[in-house]
Design a protein around this ligand. Structure first.
Ligand code: TRP
Length: 436
């Protein structure tokens, strides 16, 4: 395994992991899910999920990857004990990554389309602007063209390898993303709706919280931290030497949460200033925001900044999704990186066409929604549960102390990974499949 590519330094790893974590989940999903669930009460539940389940499992995944120096399938096989084939968890993870990237790339394609439109600026009546989205959806070739563009871009970045490709892209795109976000936050602060937005994000209204909110909070926290399918195992496997895993996990989760919160600070003042409802759903950034961009002073420029920001976030996440599949093929079948990228990239591109053609559906459910449901509601929580069980119960505590240390924080997180996270995940999973 000496030929394995590694991160140049610790900062490279953190930026790449944050790049994977910060994506459409933070900027597109988090604000609308918060809006739908009544604001800050939901954010509190979300924070609890990040601390009790997110950080412990993030730590588990990085540990499993770093210790084994292998892709998710090999890594879980490395910890095999008894007769249950742990590698199955890895296979399910690779499959899950393939499914997620197939539609993630289509949504990233929409962002590219909106970025192009922002160069011209959004104009027209409210209906006309929100019809851009329906028109895009009803034009399969356009969707497929953007999906192809995104997949090819991601493949080209990966061809360069871990250090020269992923790490370099993250080192350029993540600081840019931070800068764009700050500019947009400053802009939103000047808006009249900032006061309402701040109130909405910080004064908990528990009356809007339902049983479903807990499921949604856990699901969103899992998705946004890239957990449950081996992405962090893969990134952990490119680590070597002395790295404080606990500290890294806490840092990655904190930055990810901060960015989700800042995305809310950017979006909600715009929404409140224009007296709109924050609960617009998935169409929030594609239908609601462009209408607002067309009305506000300097909206043209803000739209450009905003869609660039989302695009950078989405690309670095897509990179991590493809890397899981690529590392699996290169490790397990000993084939070259280029061949693995072409094979997996093409496979995912083909699968993505099902989501790109929005009229194709299964009993009325479009493929994009179906794939998202299968992956994020079933496969991720189940994958996370199995990972937590392997980490908590099949690996000796002393080996963990040796690698991660035994500070009070680490011990608490190890306890959470062994008991709290699996239990919560089990409850969520059983609830999801309707068992109680
Ligand atoms: N975390 C990314 C987001 O928030 C999406 C993502 C990248 C992901 N890699 C993943 C989700 C692995 C689940 C698993 O948009």
């Amino acid at each position: 395994m000496s030929s394995r590519d590694h991160w140049g330094n610790k900062l490279g790893f953190i930026l790449a992991a944050v790049g994977s974590a910060v994506g459409l989940g933070n900027i597109w999903k988090f604000p609308y899910v918060v809006g739908k669930n009544g604001g800050s009460a939901f954010i509190l539940i979300y924070l609890a999920c990040i601390i009790l389940v997110g950080i412990p499992i993030l730590m588990a995944e990085i540990y499993i990857g770093k210790k084994s120096q292998l892709n998710p399938v090999g890594a879980l096989r490395f910890f095999q004990k008894g007769k249950i084939p742990f590698s199955l968890i890895g296979y399910a993870g690779v499959l899950c990554g393939i499914i997620i990237l197939s539609y993630y790339s289509v949504i990233t394609g929409w962002i590219c389309h909106y970025l192009m439109l922002s160069f011209r600026g959004f104009s027209g009546t409210e209906t006309e602007i929100s019809e851009i989205f329906s028109h895009l959806n009803a034009t399969p070739w356009l969707n497929i063209a953007w999906h192809t563009f995104v997949m090819v871009t991601v493949m080209l970045i990966l061809v360069k390898g871990v250090r020269q490709g992923i790490e370099k892209a993250s080192k350029i795109l993540m600081p840019l993303l931070g800068l764009l976000l700050l500019v947009l936050v400053c802009y939103s602060m000047t808006l009249e709706g900032m006061k309402d937005a701040w109130h909405f994000l910080t004064y908990p209204d528990f009356s809007k919280v339902t049983g479903g909110s807990f499921l949604e909070a856990l699901g969103t926290s899992f998705f946004t931290l890239s957990l449950g399918m081996g992405a962090m195992i893969t990134y952990g496997s490119y680590l070597k030497g002395d790295v404080n895993i606990t500290k890294s996990a806490v840092q990655i989760a904190s930055i990810d949460t901060l960015i989700a919160f800042l995305a809310g600070i950017v979006i909600f003042p715009i929404v409140f200033t224009n007296n709109l409802e924050p609960s617009a759903g998935p169409g929030l950034i594609f239908k609601t925001l462009p209408v607002l961009f067309s009305k506000m002073p300097g909206g043209h420029f803000v739209a450009l900044l905003f869609f660039s920001l989302v695009l950078f976030a989405a690309i670095t996440s897509a990179i991590s999704l493809l890397e899981v599949a690529v590392s699996f093929v290169t490790d397990e079948y000993k084939c070259s990186r280029i061949k693995a990228i072409i094979f997996m990239g093409t496979l995912i591109w083909l699968l993505g066409i099902f989501s790109a053609v929005s009229s194709w559906n299964v009993a009325g459910t479009p493929f994009l929604d179906l794939f998202d449901k299968i992956a994020s509601c079933y496969m991720l929580p189940l994958g996370g549960l199995c990972t937590a069980l392997v980490f908590g119960w099949a690996i000796k505590t002393e080996s963990k102390y040796k690698e991660i240390g035994s500070s009070a924080v680490t011990k608490t997180l190890l306890f959470a990974a062994k008991y709290v996270s699996p239990l919560l995940l089990l409850v969520v999973f059983l609830k999801e499949i309707g068992l109680f």
